[in-house]
Design a binder for this molecule. Sequence first.
Ligand SMILES: Nc1ncnc2c1ncn2[C@@H]1O[C@H](COP(=O)(O)OP(=O)(O)OP(=O)(O)O)[C@@H](O)[C@H]1O
Length: 357
Amino acid sequence: MTLIALDVFSVRNIREASLTPSPAINLITGANASGKSSLLEAIFILGRARSFRTTHIKQAIAFDQTHLVVSAQNRQQGQSLSRIGIQIDAKQCEIRIDGENRQKSDLAYALPVQLIDPKSYRLLDAGPQVRREFLDWGIFNQHKQFLGHWRKYAKALQQRNSLLKSRQFRQIPAWDRELAEHGKVINQFRQAYVDELLPVFNETARQFLTDVQADVRFHPGWPDENELEHYLKQDLDRDLRYGFTHSGPHRADFICYCDKRPAKDFLSRGQQKLYVLALLMAQVTLLNRISPNACCILIDDLAAELDTENKAKLLKYLAELNCQVFITSTDFSDFGDLAPLKTYKRFHVEHGRIQTP
Ligand SMILES: Nc1ncnc2c1ncn2[C@@H]1O[C@H](COP(=O)(O)OP(=O)(O)OP(=O)(O)O)[C@@H](O)[C@H]1O
């Protein structure tokens, strides 16, 4: 996909902006608080129907406005054009694709966005939810069937947990079967995804972290000697005591290693950033191998992320990737040598207004 034309209305300090981005690299500059991150946030909202800066998306609505709107003309992979848009007010979120009301998942398929920002390195040391989201984003974009299993599993889990809390034993086995069925499929998808991602990740990691052996070990959320249903039965007393289900894909995680040691405990902060950058880039590269130009990459505050040498490596990597990219930095010189970029476009942000210099 490629955003051909982007319109932003009332996202933080951006009152109204229209831009025609490059299908390749877009370099966005501006002073602190000019609105660079707000522009990336607008694109992120358009793809994921949520913000990467706040859990309450309505906080992204400009202070003096009741709603925000982000819309774009989007070139799909089959080269057809579609109009995608999202409107958010204090109460609801409305999504339109080619004039029809649609769901968040339709928007996510239409515009997969991958974000790299100064908080990305938390993928290594935050709670497992962040890592599950990372895996599921990759699988969701590669396998359309995944979402159905994921939704059925989430519903069954919610039902089982509420039965545990109200101590209604009799209906629990029916939900155990449902959890086991969809949990098994989710687990197979995740395991297969990690296996597929790992060689690409190693290739990418070698470009940013020389001479290291990176590894990712996946844990399904229950001991893998037996099927999930076995542990659901075995843990029932404990589940009843605590009022929630202890085993299943909702407890899955993966641990990142570097030269056989846990990456979060041994790598420097800078190395951790590069490690996560390699993971995120590997995910995009994998997606792109399956369907070229599959994803839109947002990189917020490039200078905060990388030193000069790694910035140059990243720009070269992006130039060869064949994806639409939006990168922000305060100074144009932060982007370094732009010679490897075949084509790029510049935007400058000032007090929420976006210009082409
Ligand atoms: N809901 C809102 N409505 C209006 N303005 C807002 C809202 N939320 C934040 N702002 C303001 O929008 C401005 C732009 O913020 P933004 O984070 O996009 O800037 P930036 O250019 O990325 O800055 P930096 O380089 O410092 O990261 C800031 O002054 C911020 O206080």
